[in-house]
Write a protein of this length. Sequence first.
Length: 195
Amino acid sequence: MAKIHIGDQTCVLPMATTILGSHFQGRPNFMALGWLTRVNFKPPMLGVAVNQGHASHAAIVETGEFSVNFPTVDMVEVTDYVGLVSGKRVDKSKLFAIFYGELKNAPMISECPLTIECKLSKTVELPTNSFFIGEIVGSYSEEQFLTNGAPDIKKVKPFLLTMPDNRYWSVGDNIGRAWSDGKSIRSGSNKDVEA
Ligand SMILES: Cc1cc2nc3c(=O)[nH]c(=O)nc-3n(C[C@H](O)[C@H](O)[C@H](O)COP(=O)(O)O)c2cc1C
């Protein structure tokens, strides 16, 4: 089948839809965030790409702290809202019930089943965005969202984002096990390939 060049504005498909928490001018602020990824094993680190014009950007530069919160499928509207308006013009601090872990400037959202607080470790300056790499200081959930102590996606019910078509999606079925399903090939006829 012929491949078609579809341009250069392609994103990771899909992305987790999250909410970035910070303290902007002394008050909690939240923005929708799709551009994030885990970037280091030990110490555990997350990277978030934030546009230099956002209030959240100024907040992270000033305080060196931020949070990443995973909203549920019931929170699509409010998540989208914090991605539409800026803390520079609107007070978004009262939209959620807030709690804190160890960091004073990384407000976390009580309604979110999974939240992470990060301390800024490194910043990579890019033409329009800054890539903030934060060390994970702590992550928080509730018993009802865990299976064997780990967040269970069926219980957490996060939602996904696709760009550039700008749509939200729920998560589908579990179709395999990582670091496991490939073993059938390793132990089969392709054994020599690995060596
Ligand atoms: C679903 C969604 C995902 C977004 N992801 C990002 C992102 O990863 N990085 C970014 O800089 N802006 C992103 N935005 C835009 C910001 O959330 C938006 O500009 C927000 O109003 C900034 O708020 P602030 O000025 O209070 O920080 C996203 C918006 C939406 C709706």
